[in-house]
Design a protein around this ligand. Sequence first.
Ligand SMILES: *Cc1c(COP(=O)(O)O)cnc(C)c1O
Length: 665
Amino acid sequence: MPAIQKFVVTPNLPEPLQPLLDIARNVWWSWNVEAINLLRRVDPDLWDQHEGNPVAVLGSLSTERVAVLLKDTAFLAHLERVRGDLDRYLSRPTWFQNEHDNISGGRVGYFSLEFGLHESLPLYSGGLGILAGDHLKSATDLGLPLVGVGLAYQEGYFRQYLNHDGWQMEGYTANDFYNMSMNLELDAEGNPLTIEVHYPGRTVAARIWRVQVGRNPLLLLDTNLPVNLPEDRELTARLYGGSEDMRIRQEILLGIGGLRALITLGLEPTVCHLNEGHSAFLGLERINLLMKNQGLDFDTAFEVVRASNVFTTHTPVPAGNDQFQPDLVRRYLTRKADELGIGIERLLAFGRQNPGDDRELFNMTVLALRLSRSVNGVSELHGHVSRGMWQAVWPGAPLEEVPISYVTNGIHTRSWLCTEIARLYDRYLGPRWFEDPTNKTIWDRVDTIPDAELWRGHERMRERLVGFVRGRLRRQLRKRGANRTWIKQAGEVLDPEALTIGFARRFATYKRAALILSDPDRLDRILNDPERPVQLIFAGKAHPKDHHGKELIRQLVNLAQEDRFSNRIVFIEDYNIEVGRYLVQGVDVWLNNPRRPLEASGTSGMKVPPNGGVNLSILDGWWCEGYQQDNGWAIGAGEDYEDHAESQAYQDDVESTALYDLLEN
Ligand SMILES: *Cc1c(COP(=O)(O)O)cnc(C)c1O
């Protein structure tokens, strides 16, 4: 069981340095170059040691260092500047105020099992969380009144490392919330505020952490409290770690507990946004509250709630959607069903495509579909796929009338953009590219950036990526106990001037990480071309239970160790936001070759073009909309193949050949 940390470290800074804490405690710093530079400047060694976590840096500053900073007038001026930037950011008129003043009293509660804001807040696993993080950042930039709701995982998602044979191993490190950009919500007496949720025979308490994201808070529930049973304290231990029983309790906590946290803090939402179906139980609690507080009957309350729930579905594979055994739902939700006056069997029917089939599992996506009037997939193609997948929920509706639309995912550009290119945009586009990012006339000025300057910036980023990879490889090998010659070789791997292709994503089977390796001799000729060398950088985790994904990593790492590839193919362990940032900023080409149409959207590829890189991708997810003949390459022409082994082998053959052809030509 995770330990409970009782000590609270509040960095004790003298008055003139106090603003550093305000800056460090607002994640706004993470997408503002001047703020990042300032926080690093506080103590560059500590910054590296704490992996870019400014709160931890401020908590471990020596008195000598504090004294030096106090006398450093240039530093103090820098601090003053950033402080002013933050104040202006928080008080400037926003797009939302300008455009939507009439609904200024509204508030969105945005519920997600994971949020990826920065590597120093490891509370995410992958795309779903990164999207949620970017969503929060964009919301505050726009002035949208939106509050995030999630869980505060003591150990987050697993950290990946490889053994000698290239086999993925999983490790967990405990998060020290007190030394992260998080603050505990306290009551008037200074005690932690808690909310409760009910499980059979007991209530479970959760305290609430607040992460400040610009103007808006993100609230994270934490059940690791002595009043709770050990198995309930484990609820917020790990992301996607437990059994089905653990998962349903986590989802009750997120949906019902999350809503209670909002209400307790006076932040009751007018609209709830469900980022994936995990939080769908919140709909039941909203209905319950309307019945209790406003005396509505169930059916009326249901319609009112439905009208103000928004649901984004992400998963185009049936198995990827959470389903529970009916008995498990009976165990945990009978009391709620009785409270609602509908009985558990009717509640179960809300989670079934065919409400009359009592053998059907209880599906969280189906529940979310029924409880939300506005439903969207995450790309145009995925909207189409989702309508087909869930057509049975609307019996008799023709495919194109199934009420699922799409909103293509996006990114918070500033978070993924390198400083060099951001400066070029400042210089040639003016500062409004950042404040008004959807204004196309501003982006048209991109053509005024001289090619040579753009290329120089890009080359510097590629060099920085190669340096970063070498450092990481050396560290990996040292940890693995490799011999010195190897470690030394790792310091010279890759070529800062070679065409660099990046491939980083979960090692799920459908993403086909090994497609480009399917003909090693042909790949050898491409990578080791004496005139035009090419190199490949891979990163990504396989789910701990995904044996096949781990096998892919092992094959890749072993291939990379062959002499002909050892300087041309590398695998970086422990893919996270930091690794992602270096990659999307430094690569020339971003490769994506999923089995269409299983990449619902994919956002990593969107991070590359603003940095001057180019996509090379199957026409799947966002790339169907993004690809325009002259802005990158499409592998294939958007063909769909049958879903069985023989056809898939044929598909792999056709598409790997197309990929090699593109690279060769
Ligand atoms: C952007 C990003 C993702 C999501 O990208 P996909 O294209 O869906 O793989 C996942 N992990 C990290 C670290 C990212 O930065």
